[in-house]
Design a protein around this ligand. Sequence first.
Ligand SMILES: Cc1cc2nc3c(=O)[nH]c(=O)nc-3n(C[C@H](O)[C@H](O)[C@H](O)COP(=O)(O)OP(=O)(O)OC[C@H]3O[C@@H](n4cnc5c(N)ncnc54)[C@H](O)[C@@H]3O)c2cc1C
Length: 637
Amino acid sequence: MGAEAKEIKEAEFDLKIDTSKMSQGKAEAMMVAESSRETKWENPSFAGGLFMGKFQLDLISPYPEQSAEDKAVGDKLIAEASAFLKANLDADEVDRTREIPKKVMDGLTRMNLWAMKIPKEYGGLGLSQVNYNRVMAMVSSHCGSTAVLLSAHQSIGVPQPLKLFGTDEQKKKWLPRFAEGAISAFALTEPDVGSDPAKIGTTATPSEDGSHYLINGQKLWCTNGPIADILVVMARTPPIIKKGKEIPQITAFIVEKNMSGFEVVHRCDFMGLRGIQNGLLRFTNVKVPKENIILGVGKGLKLALTTLNTGRLTIPAASVGAGRQCLNIVRNWCNERVQWGLPVGKHEAVANKLAGMTATQFAMESVTWLASAMADRGGYDIRIEAAMAKLFCSESAWKMIDDTLQIRGGRGYERAESLRDRGEKAVPVERMMRDHRINRIIEGTTDIMHLFLAREALDPHMEVAAEVLLKHIPMGRRIRAGIHMAEFYSIWFPKQWINTSVFHTYSEFGPKLSGHMSFVERTSHKLARDIFISMGMYQNSLERRQMILARYVDIGIELFAMSACCARAKMLSDRDPKIEEPGHIANYFCKESKRRIESLFLAQENNDDRQANKIAKGVLNGDYKWMENDIIRVYED
Ligand SMILES: Cc1cc2nc3c(=O)[nH]c(=O)nc-3n(C[C@H](O)[C@H](O)[C@H](O)COP(=O)(O)OP(=O)(O)OC[C@H]3O[C@@H](n4cnc5c(N)ncnc54)[C@H](O)[C@@H]3O)c2cc1C
């Protein structure tokens, strides 16, 4: 083997993933993405442990309750901001005109909402993640566009990466500007680069003396981009050569809107969030000083992925806000609307939806506030919980809005302004549906979140087994790895057959919920065993079995949601034993969740994945084109 080939194999080995059967593009993307993963944590992940058969209840129970002091800060701001928005922000008008009025923008500045998460020393409000998310839930319940304006600015825009990785000089220079009303944006996506950010085409070429870079390229769908004063832009800097191999480098730059060569090419128009300013941006020889690099050359993707790890928590918060509004709408409507002699909420089909929605909302709140509190605690591996919360809440809120629309019947489909114009209450379910659909796409689509979570779920196994599976590393090393793996699994695997839940009664959770906690513990062992068996069965091809992986991930999410619900219900009933509702609703959610888990396990053995793959291949080949007959085609192929 030539020296270069050997080094490539070594790089693959470092990856712990066999890239030998991947296309060059996929292998390269995998290498960049893998090297940008956040891997160092002081504390373990509760949800991550579930995939390894570890039920570390002490990590989430007692359920973290917001301190009275922190709560008071959030309560005051929410009272002020909600009163202001109610009086000044007509969300349907924003939807129609595609503009958030100046008086609202000024009000946001006056309340310092552009600097909610910025530390007080830089003029910000220094909110905890929990309070920030509480505010975002409230804003989102009223106006999706305003919520996204604020969240793109500070969940992923310049304030967050600067707070996490900025130098003192950078923080002093830029953070105070956000307290004065400067708006920021996060520019990662490009026309050809969506879910796979490793393939970024925007370049940043260093000057000869290294004092600055010239940025060239385009960024698509950049929220706030058209109005942003300061943007964080991910660009490709020259590759470095490591052991003879070219390693792609992505670097994060702070770009100011007044830099010459920066241009807004187009403002995008979407089905929902019609008030956001989102655009296609062009960079032509934009000269950026090297001092504007955050975290360091080549660390841009790591910065982007780490920023998103906490940043995507805003989506669960926004979902919680939407879910609360849905409950408010259906409760009132189901009492008010009478058909067939009964309020519609008393017909069993609708009643069933009401129960499901209430349980779902309790679960969304439980995972959201748990993950947010974990982010505040710091040092905690938040990736898995945050990604689970994002996936679970964006999907659940979508279903809740759909149920709300269904329960509202024809009125659900009618625009709020039309309802108002003919004398009815302007209930904006139609707008909510359009506004919230995007949450299943941005900051990692549902499919990508499945892959992300599967990667993290498998990581402990890969730490132990990867060296054995990689065919290109020296035999001696593989044998040593094999011995280590055999030692590890000879202890770990039998343990997964021991029903440890018989040693714990979880009686502190009360008669209804204790059984659910035992179920979670037992099932985490089964999940871990099955994942291990699948790894053995599919080996390196498991990476391509996305449906198998997604089902494991969904089981893990259900277990996480069950645990969060029970821990939160316990916290609420410990606080006030007279209140029984949280226990009832957690119990209902867990029972439903168990059924979903059972059917997911069943589908792992009894599914039609292979047949689906075959049909999909036929679809791509055009074999089913005859099913597109007699239409006016979008694609004239
Ligand atoms: C309103 C809006 C706001 C946005 N705001 C921002 C922003 O502020 N900054 C920013 O940088 N970007 C932003 N984006 C971009 C957004 O993050 C991307 O749309 C998202 O990452 C998905 O990329 P894509 O649309 O190119 O889909 P693609 O990556 O092209 O994916 C298309 C489909 O294929 C699936 N898919 C792709 N790869 C795989 C795979 N390996 N396995 C299985 N399925 C796969 C996806 O799940 C999806 O269903 C925004 C987009 C919108 C619409």
